[in-house]
Every structure is written in structure tokens, then in C-alpha cells.
Ligand binder design. Structure first.
Ligand code: PLP
Length: 418
């Protein structure tokens, strides 16, 4: 919590430097900042806007606007705590912050929905999920087809944060538990177990790791089959990597297919695949405009109007996206490419050789078709960018821009603060 709030404070201070305070809301922000800098306050528990308004000698409207500018919308707060920014919530604070979570228990409802619509297969990840699902299906007089997702303790992927099959990753049932749970599932009244599932990571170029994991899964399937258990399906997940850099050498999908053929040779089971990035990765670009090019200590900073909220991959896991000018001038320069959000993680590339660009130029981040729009968010009340589908000379807006007013319109002031 402390980290989160601190980021907001930092971004406030930066934005105040960039834009001198104009409105009363900014004035409130500035006073809030001064109060924090003076060490008279620290962010912590909730206090109502009313109290804030009184503290700053203004009406509630600019306080509300200030909170919106701060992006903290009423959860913030001030608590005297000289010289530190320690967040020390009371039990009541935590309850208030968590209330949303506490009333939501979507898992069982989602499973019930899946059973009711007659979903083909549920990939079960834990013993608890298995028990819940069995009860739900039994209550409805059904047996739900499932496969058990197993963690093969072999992970791979383009980054630790998109590696899912290692023993340290949260996915699937653990290898040592798999056989016991499979047998248990086969004896549950609401379950029709069909086989196993595995997905060891994403953006995988090392098909050797995939092959090792798949062989492990086959071994387990054969062991289960030898006990007379049903083993008709094996879901091999997704994970095949795509090239993100021009000229990058990458294993061809045909090599993947050949590997699958090797692993599954002479084996009669339905194979299932869950490709994601492979299908959409190179079908999308993020179009952006250069807002400014400013001098840097080492390299110029190319500030673009796209940011980490629009394309999160570089900030989340140092992902590389090629950057190209829409109308290249035939020259290159070495630069850092950053978005305008007040986070150092809002960085798309450092010391990158790119097309020469200047303020107002359009450019694209390539290979933004997978984990791009789907991971986009509205941090800093930035609008969600529209999505445009292009087919030759035809184009259509397939997802509207979501304006800040729409984003803010979802917010409510609780009646006890009215
Ligand atoms: C279970 C599962 N299957 C398939 C995929 C798709 O992976 P990829 O896009 O790497 O093919 C994911 C991605 O997160 C996943 O979690």
C-alpha cells in the first residue's frame, strides 16, 4: 500500500512541476504536497473529503477534483506521522479497503455458469476447485468434463514473469499431487475426468523445454492409463514465441509441430492446443505520436503519447517492441523512448537505434497484437485507445476510445460523505 500511494505522490509532485497550478483543485494538490513535504502528514487511513476541505479552507468540489488529479479518489488520506510515510492501517481501514473483495466470490458462480452452459471442458487447477466443481455439477445432475492442469516443474518463457511451468510458479496442481488428485477426480460424482493439461510459459523459443515437459506429461498419462483411468485428452497449452525484432531468428511453428509429432508418436489421445500470441502477436501495432524530443544526459528522450497503460509489456517485463516512424526520413538516431506518465517504468526502450523522429511525427510499436489492448488500463485516467481493424483499403473502429469522462463517471461518492 505504501508503495502505491507513494507513486501517486511522486506523480503529483512531478505534474506540479510540469504544469503550474491553475485551478483550485491544483491549489489543493499543492497544499497537500506541501503538507507531505513538510513532514506534517503521511498517507494512510481514510479521511472524508469534508475534513480535507476544512483542512484546506475550501469547499468539497476542489478537494474532489484534487483527489481525481491525484488518482486516489477518496481512498487517500492523511494521518499525522511526522517525518515518515509509513502506512499503518487499522483493522477498520483494511476492512474498508477490502470490502469489495469480501463480497465477491465469483469462482463458484463462474464454475456454475460453465456447467450450466455445458462447457466442453474445465481445466482444473487445484483440489479445492475440483471439489467445488464436483458439487456444483452433481447438484445439477451432471458430470462436468475436466482435465487436470499439472505443474510439470519445467518452466520456459521469454521472461520470468511469463514462465508458468516451474515449481516456483503458481499454476496447476503440483507434480507430486497429480496422480492422487487424478484418481480422486475419477471417483467424484460430478466429474468426468478426461486427461491432463499443461502450459509451461509464453514466448517460448526453447522447444527443448516444451518437449521435456510434454514427455513428462505423456509418462504420467501412460501411468494413469495403466491403472484403467480414462486418459483420452491431453491439453498442451500455448506458449510458442513470435519474433519481436526485425530479422530475429526464431523457431518455426513447423518445428513445433514436428516436436509434437515426436512426443506423441504411437499414442492415441486427443491433443488440444491453446495458442495465443502466435495467432495475434504480429497482427497489431500501437500507433503513437511523438510529443517531444528532449535532450538527455546520455541520449535524447523521445516522449510519445502512448504510455505503459496502453502497452504494458515493456514496463511489466522489459519486453521489446520495434519502433518505426510511419514516414521514415531515411536516417537513424540513438534514443530512449518513453511515455508521458510519471513513472520511470513508463519506458519503451533505452539507447535504441530508431528512425529519426521529431515532435508531431507518427510512429508505431510493432507486434502489439498480443497482450497489448487486453492488458491496457486507464491509469492516470488516461483514455483507453480505440482499436481499428484494417483490411487492405478497408478499416473500421472495432473498439471505441473510452474517454476520461466515462472512466470518471463510474465513480461514486458514498452517501455518508455527501
Ligand atoms: C493456460 C494458458 N494457455 C494458453 C495461453 C496462451 O499463451 P501464448 O500466448 O503464449 O500462446 C496462456 C497465456 O497466458 C495461458 O495462461
Amino acid at each position: 500500500m505504501r508503495g502505491v500511494v507513494w507513486l501517486y505522490v511522486r506523480s503529483l509532485m512531478k505534474s506540479l512541476k510540469l504544469e503550474p497550478p491553475k485551478s483550485r483543485a491544483r491549489l489543493v494538490c499543492e497544499r497537500l504536497r506541501d503538507a507531505i513535504i513538510d513532514g506534517g502528514f503521511a498517507l494512510g487511513s481514510m479521511i472524508p473529503e469534508e475534513t480535507l476541505a476544512q483542512s484546506f479552507g475550501v469547499s468539497r468540489t476542489p478537494v474532489r477534483e484534487a483527489l481525481n488529479l491525484l488518482q486516489i479518489q477518496g481512498l487517500v488520506v492523511i494521518r499525522p506521522q511526522v517525518g515518515s510515510f509509513v502506512f499503518s492501517p487499522s483493522v477498520a481501514d483494511i476492512e474498508a479497503l477490502c470490502r469489495f473483495r469480501m463480497i465477491l466470490e465469483p469462482r463458484a458462480a463462474e464454475l456454475a455458469f460453465a456447467v450450466e452452459v455445458g462447457i466442453y471442458q474445465v481445466n482444473v487447477e487445484s483440489e479445492g476447485e475440483l471439489e467445488t466443481l464436483s458439487k456444483i455439477a452433481e447438484q445439477r445432475g451432471k458430470r462436468q468434463a475436466i482435465v487436470l492442469r499439472v505443474n510439470p516443474e519445467i518452466g520456459a518463457g521469454g521472461h520470468a514473469k511469463i514462465t508458468t511451468g516451474g515449481a516456483a510458479n503458481k499454476f496447476g496442481v503440483s507434480w507430486s499431487e497429480a496422480e492422487r488428485l487424478y484418481i480422486r477426480a475419477a471417483n467424484m460424482p460430478g466429474i468426468a475426468i478426461k486427461g491432463l493439461a499443461v502450459h509451461i510459459g509464453s514466448q517460448i523459443f526453447d522447444f527443448g523445454a516444451l518437449e521435456a515437459a510434454f514427455r513428462r506429461m505423456r509418462g504420467l498419462m501412460e501411468k494413469l492409463a495403466a491403472q484403467g483411468l480414462p486418459t483420452s485428452r491431453l491439453d498442451l497449452g500455448g506458449g510458442v514465441g513470435v519474433p519481436y525484432k526485425a530479422g530475429e531468428v526464431f523457431p518455426q511453428p513447423a518445428e513445433y509441430a514436428a516436436m509434437i509429432a515426436r512426443v506423441t508418436e504411437g499414442w492415441d489421445a486427443t491433443l488440444m492446443f491453446e495458442p495465443g500470441r502466435l495467432i495475434t502477436g504480429n497482427t497489431g501495432v500501437l500507433l503513437t505520436e511523438v510529443v517531444r524530443v528532449k535532450q538527455g544526459a546520455l541520449h535524447p528522450w523521445v516522449v510519445v503519447d502512448a504510455a505503459m497503460n496502453d502497452l504494458a509489456r515493456p514496463a511489466m517485463y522489459d519486453a521489446w517492441h520495434d519502433f518505426s516512424a510511419v514516414a521514415p526520413k531515411g536516417e537513424t538516431m540513438t534514443a530512449n523512448i518513453v511515455g508521458p506518465i510519471c513513472e520511470s517504468s513508463d519506458t519503451f526502450a533505452m539507447a535504441r537505434e530508431i528512425d529519426v523522429v521529431a515532435r508531431g511525427d507518427l510512429a508505431v510499436f510493432r507486434t502489439a497484437g498480443a497482450y497489448g489492448a487486453t492488458m491496457a488500463n486507464t491509469y492516470n485516467s488516461r483514455p483507453m485507445v480505440p482499436e481499428v481493424m484494417v483490411d487492405g483499403a478497408k478499416w473500421a473502429v472495432v473498439a471505441d476510445r473510452i474517454e476520461p469522462a466515462t472512466i470518471l463517471s463510474a465513480e461514486r461518492v458514498p452517501e455518508w460523505l455527501e
